[in-house]
Design a protein around this ligand. Structure first.
Ligand code: GDP
Ligand code: MG
Length: 368
């Protein structure tokens, strides 16, 4: 559909709206000032006032091309990990325990903030964990085209085995073509049976390395913090094989992990930077919203000036609350960011994202 609002058309043509409405009636089109007419009608009408009409695709105009990379600018970035598994197998416990392995946090201070993702620094490198275990979040993000996870850690309780949500997690990871690392949890329990887990998972073609497969199986106890370093080593080794790289020199792109309207601070969003470096003062568009980075905070609530690839940060300076999974793009100018956000708002109002086209008028009266 192509469309233009009668009121907008009148303004462009420099004619009073009632006159336009009367003309439309003569043409057999009944429309009020706030209603929209199609391109064909607008063209006929505009011709009478010496104006031409051009049909443009709003949707295409809102697509943003990421800046290209020089090979020399690509550097290794931290892997982004999602923890999945059956309920009560220890996902939350593991996320909490891993967070405490951060060597930087204890030195640099700050207080743990739950912003939807966090990063730990290990002697061998950094790892980013998405803090929202759960398959719904994973699929929702993917459905929006926001595949942010590089590696899935599949938690299976050694005293329980493969359960329905374990199977579900496996199929999500396989659909997304994301490699799995198995964390066999609760090995502190007397009833733990690691071999049974290996046997169970073999049925899903997840074969441990000692069984001739390629999937790392790390026996852990989230409760007693056993072997967490081994799990992290396995994650970093996997990331090295995958060669996860990014270019910190370019304008940032990122994904909304969570967003809310904060009583005191206004719209707040956690952005996982995917590529480039996000900086204070950057103009951006994110989903239907625009803005300029006013302040950024890390996962310990500390103010930061910039955030590189795979770093989660909470940002302030949004025009409104975006959706989880929305993509953030830093733009060259604030004006450009605002224009794109406006177009997207218009598209959203018409709710036909892919098909909507808009009539653009060249008003000769104005240009002469
Ligand atoms: P989630 O539903 O997967 O997030 O599971 P939780 O992290 O909430 O853990 C479920 C229960 O298992 C809690 O009571 C935990 O204390 C317990 N749990 C988690 N990890 C371990 C572990 O390594 N050993 C033992 N014995 N219990 C654990
Ligand atoms: Mg939980």
């Amino acid at each position: 559909t192509e469309f233009v609002q009668v009121g907008e058309l009148a303004k462009k043509l420099n004619v009073r709206a009632p006159e336009i409405i009367a003309k439309l009636m003569q043409m057999g089109v009944m429309a009020t000032i706030t209603q929209s007419i199609d391109a064909e009608t607008a063209t006929l009408l505009s011709a009478e006032y010496g104006c031409t009409v051009e049909v443009i695709s709003l949707y295409e105009e809102t697509l943003i091309q990421e800046e290209s990379d020089e090979a020399a600018d690509l550097v290794q970035r931290p892997p982004v990990v999602t923890i999945m598994g059956h309920v009560d197998h220890g996902k939350t416990k593991l996320l909490d325990a891993l967070r405490e392995t951060d060597v930087v946090a204890t030195e640099a201070g700050g207080i743990t903030q739950h912003i939807g993702a966090y990063q730990v620094t290990r002697p061998k490198g950094k790892i980013t964990f998405l803090d929202t275990p759960g398959h719904a979040a994973f699929s929702a993000m993917r459905a929006r085209g926001a595949q942010v996870t590089d590696i899935v850690v599949l938690v299976v309780a050694a005293d329980d085995g493969v359960m329905p949500q374990t199977e579900e997690a496996i199929s999500h990871a396989k659909d997304a073509k994301v490699p799995i690392i198995v964390a066999v949890n609760k090995i502190d329990k007397p009833s733990a049976n690691i071999d049974r887990i290996k046997q169970d998972l073999a049925k899903f073609e997840i074969l441990s390395e000692d069984w001739g497969g390629t999937t790392p199986f790390v026996p852990i106890s989230a409760l007693q913090k056993l072997n967490l370093d081994k799990l992290e080593d396995a994650i970093l080794a996997q990331a090295e094989v995958m060669e996860v790289t990014a270019n910190p020199k370019k304008r940032a792109t990122g994904t909304v992990v969570e967003a809310k309207l904060d009583q005191g601070r206004g719209p707040v969003a956690t952005i996982l930077v995917r590529n480039g470096t996000l900086k204070i003062g950057d103009a951006f568009v994110v989903g239907l919203e625009g803005g300029k980075i006013r302040a950024m905070y890390n996962d310990r609530g500390q103010s930061v000036k910039e955030a590189g690839p795979a770093t989660p940060v909470e940002i302030l300076g949004l025009s409104g609350v975006p959706n989880s999974g929305d993509i953030l793009n830093v733009m060259a100018t604030e004006r450009e960011a605002r224009e794109i956000a406006d177009k997207r708002q218009e598209l959203a109002r018409h709710q036909q994202a892919q098909q909507v086209k808009k009539v653009k008028l060249e008003n000769f009266n104005e240009t002469i």
